[in-house]
Design a protein around this ligand. Sequence first.
Ligand code: ATP
Ligand code: MG
Length: 428
Amino acid sequence: MATTIQSVRGFGDILPEHTPVWQFVEQRLRATLDAYGYEEIRLPLLEKTELFSRSIGEVTDIVEKEMYTFDDRNGDSLSLRPEGTAGCVRAGIQHGLFHNRQPRLWYAGSMFRHERPQKGRYRQFNQVGVEVFGLPGPDIDAEVILLAARMLRAVGLDDIRLELNTLGTPEARAAYRDALVDYLRGHEAALDEDSRRRLSTNPLRILDTKNPDTRALLDGAPALEDWIDDESRQHFRDLCAILDRAGIAYTVNPQLVRGLDYYGRTVFEWITDQLGAQGTVCAGGRYDGLVEQIGGRPTPAIGFALGVERLVALLEDAGKAPVAAAPDVYLVLAGDAATQEGLVLAEELRSAITGLRVVTHCGGGSFKSQFKRADRLGARLAVVMGENEVARNEVAIKDLHGDGDQLTVTRADLPRELRERLETGRES
Ligand code: ATP
Ligand code: MG
């Protein structure tokens, strides 16, 4: 036998046992986005590498060490998308979506990052994201946060905490950055290696560190909140007022900075304690400078992305994951005539009863083995057709969840009989 081939590390299969919860989550998220009038955009998985280095930032973890980057056959450097915002902005500029319009967009799909795989962290993972362009005020910030909150509620998760912060304008951040660097230079020996490197490349990212010693050091550092400009402060106060009015609970976390370079003013994350270190299920913020940075006209923007694997994990861990619906009818067929006629009968039933789940037995075998398969699938009713039934234009119905009684009906009456039985089954 040839050796077997395994999937690539961090690239998981979602097996049939798990697809019902995925479908549930996707369907609920879409319905919620629809209720806010957001429009779907579908974007390529592959972009020019330059798009990501110019938007996410040359010295971020993603661009430095997590992207799947390769030269294609023409020698162009391409990357699998590590996130959706850059591609969305690129598409908006390319197709003129931002001219005199304020699109509210959403996307869903796989992202790729070469991270260390563990529960809640994969190399191919799925996000549902939202991006809104052309609206500068705290009103849209509030709407986007209300939308994310409703998306989480729509999948049955209502105990996830929301943290908010404001990063101020780029100028305010630059001034704070200098003050932070001054402070940390005085403690350089106590910094972990990553943070020491970031001191000269991307010092704000040090605030994001998970190293406990560096965290302790940061307690004495200058606070970003003291450097925020007045306009950003007012923007943040107005946002908080709307959220308070709408009854959304949140905590202001002055240390929340987000990993990507392009954020400014409002940033937010939904975090749960139930997933260990992979506790952020949704994250986003305002990125007013990004459109211009990648070649468009100045366009304010805000967005977020939800990590679908983490939502699914929360539902599965809580025992709230839906399972696949069992067939309503399993068609048991004996003999050549019935085998032929069975597929035709199944088509008739699907046409007669919308949404009816019919599984036709294929591959022959004894009645006993066919009923065994019907049981294994959890089918509600068996419809049985043998040589005699075909000759008389009849079928037998057997309730697989009941007392096993069998009833013979004509083929013409079958849809009505099935409808009755399935309805009583659903009521009880
Ligand atoms: P983290 O701090 O967990 O690495 P992040 O800040 O890198 O998250 P974002 O780039 O903001 O994440 O992506 C938004 C969401 O996508 C995250 O909150 C998370 O739910 C999900 N996500 C990010 N990276 C992964 C991954 N490697 N595997 C699974 N989900 C992920
Ligand atoms: Mg990350």
